[in-house]
Design a protein around this ligand. Structure first.
Ligand code: GLN
Ligand code: ZN
Length: 764
């Protein structure tokens, strides 16, 4: 008998109940008890729904009000000192760690967030030091196990494993130099023993322990730690399913096979090729293999016959009793249910599976493998065959013009006419910018009024023409403001954009959109990634109208603003039938045409944002070069079709460039802007160390907080930047776009920024 399982479920609720409740709690509109109740209702719905879909193994304990790593830190008392002794309830301490707190005399910033592996989900980074005082404040795994049990649902609890928990964390400020969080393993294991033996006592038969770092190269050096940890935990714990996802195990499987665990979960969506190696490596043990066959990262209907074939391979090696059918990872990265989509056509709906539909998929695949004679299973299998056949037929409809264009891309198309040093001179004349040019990253505050106007347009309460009038006024306000305070290279402010990816997706061929396809990005922030369903092309200009309008209002140069191909790809659900490279190049060609059109329309600088280029980096270093090659080529393809006079910009929201520096140089953007206000000058030293040759605008202040930087503060930052970077290369700009800020702090901060640049001009 082959069992089916789901590794984790979205937390938001089918109607965004959890998001709404969390935000209402923050706003003081509901009590902690009411929040707990809202969360309990959503958990109940998830458990009972997954069960009703016929899934054997249902997860619990992975639900979260903010982030599961933060839950784990809070339960293990990994609470940095700055959040302690503030007189807050444990729940408020928890939220303060996640998002900071500024109220009633308390003023603490949020903890650092990092991207969860190669996804757009962010986790709150735990901070460790020699002083970390581990305590089991509460046992979430036991609590939720019992909560489900009371509803008549037996679950398999999910716990973040000790090695991953420590390795994903960082050394706290007060830690001694050279301190490594993993050195705390002996200190943390006793807590895990308590947690797991309590779980066993509560009646849990097995437990899913997530050790996702096992898919990283760095795990190879942690064999000893894994061995120690699991040899200690196995005897006291329920049966442990060691869980990995997002990439392949490679050689790490050799030591994993020696661990005394009950089972191992591998991701066969991302890395189907690893099945044979892993199955053979554990063949002579008793380890059960959980096969991640149904994607936890994408929304395409699983192809049952392909999944069954793969599973059969595992069964041939291990026997049916040692095989489980599962989702590839938690379904956290997919929307709740397709049932909420009212605008997709029936044809489109038939292509997709969201979380709940995926639960049915694992159940059906497992039933077929178990030899089920159930007529409903047979019908589901037939229906899947028909759906997949229709999808495959649709996939054959390629847009030959685009395909041919991609096939015909030449190396010359990737290069500007002249090298940067020549372009720099030409652009200096064309744009007539002063030394230390000031600019912003693109967006200005997306005010309530702007969002309301868009909502009204959506509901048909105002006409397209009225909306355009409104946006025009917004653009004019932004332009006049920039002129007034003395910025040099202007932007139009992006008021017409709902989102930097969706806005472009809606204007390109090849995308479809959901109404309710929310996926957690961090905390209560959810995004609705567009879905790429077919070849991408540009039916017409996308931004030229707004950029030219903005340029018509001023004599100063106006910067055109686009989202880059790799970022559009990474923040969408990509197609699974063709490579990411092909999709990226199609996007790049569409953007290339847009860039050329913008230049023709008289725009003299264009920024192509690529904040997601790093997040798309494969998890295994061996795969980096291939990715960076097409990712950088895509950017170049998008931007190199212009004359030397046009100044290209790019923007990245991050600052760790150490390991991908040559690729940043290879982009050959005339100007890049990067996040720099929170990191110290280490970052700029990287640029100096490698001798970065093009212009660069390291953010002079943090836009993620409403705090206004003083003008002296900005001068000091410029001063330390100028100690490292040549003055002829420096641009002066904020860290990122201003869309989440209010006007008040935006005005004050930018005035100080301009002051800072003036000061630099006098002193350097
Ligand atoms: N141009 C975009 C903006 O200013 C860039 C945002 C981003 O990099 N995330 O909003
Ligand atoms: Zn940014």
């Amino acid at each position: 008998m082959v069992l089916s399982s789901v590794l984790g479920f979205p937390r938001i609720g089918a109607n965004r109940e959890v998001k709404k409740a969390v935000e209402a709690y923050w706003a003081g509109k509901i009590t902690a008890d009411e929040l707990t109740k809202a969360a309990a209702d959503v958990k109940k719905a998830s458990w009972t729904n997954i069960k009703s879909r016929g899934v054997d193994i249902i997860p619990s304990g992975e639900f979260s009000l903010y982030d599961h790593v933060l839950d784990h830190s809070a339960s293990f008392n990994v609470i940095p000192k700055r959040y302690q002794g503030l007189g807050l309830s444990p729940l408020d301490v928890y939220f303060a760690m996640g998002r900071g707190r500024q109220a009633d005399g308390v003023d603490v910033p949020a903890s650092e967030m990092k991207k969860w592996f190669d996804s757009n989900y962010h986790f709150v980074v735990p901070e460790f030091s020699e002083e970390t005082d581990f305590k089991l404040n509460f046992n979430k795994a036991v609590e939720e196990f019992k909560e489900a049990q009371a509803l008549g649902v037996t679950t398999r609890p999910v716990v973040l494993g000790p090695v991953s928990f420590l390795v994903l964390g960082k050394a706290a400020k007060e830690a001694k130099p050279g301190f490594q969080p993993i050195s705390l393993l002996p200190k943390i294991l006793p807590l895990y023993k308590t947690l797991l033996s309590d779980l066993k006592a509560a009646g849990a038969e097995s437990v899913q322990i997530d050790e996702p770092i096992l898919v990283l190269d760095t795990a190879a050096a942690l064999e000893k730690e894994f061995t120690t940890a699991y040899n200690e935990l196995v005897p006291v714990a329920p049966k442990i399913l060691l869980t990995t996802y997002f990439a392949r195990l490679d050689k790490n499987v050799n030591f994993i096979a020696k661990l005394p665990v009950y089972g191992l979960h591998i991701d066969l969506d991302r890395a189907p090729g690893q099945l044979e190696e892993v199955a053979n490596a554990i063949k002579s043990t008793n380890i059960v293999l959980s096969l991640g066959l149904v994607s936890g990262r994408n929304i395409w209907k699983a192809d049952f016959s392909a999944a069954i074939k793969l599973a059969q391979q595992a069964i041939d090696i291990l026997g049916a009793d040692r095989v489980i059918v599962a989702t590839s990872s938690s379904l956290l990265h997919t929307p709740v249910t397709l049932a909420s989509e009212k605008k997709l056509t029936e044809e489109q709906k038939d292509w997709f599976s969201f979380a709940l539909e995926k639960a049915s998929e694992v159940a059906t695949i497992a039933a077929v493998l178990s030899g089920s004679q159930d007529s409903a299973v047979a019908a589901a299998l037939e229906a899947n065959k028909a759906s997949i056949a229709k999808r495959r037929a649709f996939e054959k409809n390629s847009d030959d013009t685009v395909r041919k264009r991609v096939a015909a891309i030449t190396p010359e198309q990737l290069e500007r006419q002249s090298p940067f040093s020549t372009r720099k001179e030409i652009q200096a004349k064309a744009l007539n910018l002063p030394k230390f040019p000031t600019t912003t990253i693109g967006s200005f505050p997306q005010t309530k009024e702007i969002r309301q106007a868009r909502a009204k347009l959506g509901k048909g309460e105002i006409t397209e023409a009225q909306y355009e009038e409104f946006i025009k006024k917004e653009v004019e306000t932004v332009v006049r403001f920039q002129e007034k305070i003395g910025l040099d290279l202007l932007v139009h402010g992006e008021p017409e954009r709902n989102d930097m990816v969706q806005y472009f997706g809606e204007q390109l061929n090849g995308f479809v959109f959901t109404q309710n396809g929310w996926v957690q990005s961090y905390g209560s922030r959810y995004v609705r990634p567009p879905i790429i369903v077919s070849d991408v092309s540009r039916p017409g200009a996308m931004t030229v109208k707004w950029s030219s309008y903005a340029q018509s209002l001023t004599k100063l140069p106006m910067k055109g603003m686009l989202t880059g191909p790799v970022t559009i790809l990474n923040w969408s659900f990509p197609r699974a039938d063709v490579s990411r490279e092909l999709q990226s190049k199609q996007l790049a060609l569409a953007l290339r045409d847009e860039v050329i059109d913008l230049e023709k329309a008289g725009i003299s600088a264009i920024q192509v944002d690529e904040p997601a280029i790093r997040e798309g980096l494969p998890l295994r270093r061996a795969d980096w070069d291939a990715y960076l090659k097409w990712a950088v080529d895509s950017f170049k393809l998008a931007t190199a079709g212009v004359t030397d006079k046009l100044q290209t910009h790019s923007h990245f929201c991050y600052s760790d460039f150490d390991d991908i520096f040559p690729s940043i140089q290879r982009l050959d953007a005339d100007v890049i802007s990067i996040e720099a206000s929170k990191s110290d000058m280490k970052l700029l030293n990287t640029f100096k160390h490698y001798g970065y040759s093009n212009q660069i605008g390291p953010g002079v202040y943090d836009i993620h907080s409403p705090r206004v930087p003083g003008d002296q503060e900005i001068k000091d930052r410029l001063k330390s930047m100028l100690e490292i970077l040549p003055d002829s290369l420096l641009f002066v700009n904020p860290d990122c776009g201003l869309k989440t800020r209010g006007w008040k702090e935006t005005e004050a901060s930018l005035i100080n920024l301009v002051e800072g640049a003036k000061w630099a001009r006098q002193n350097y």
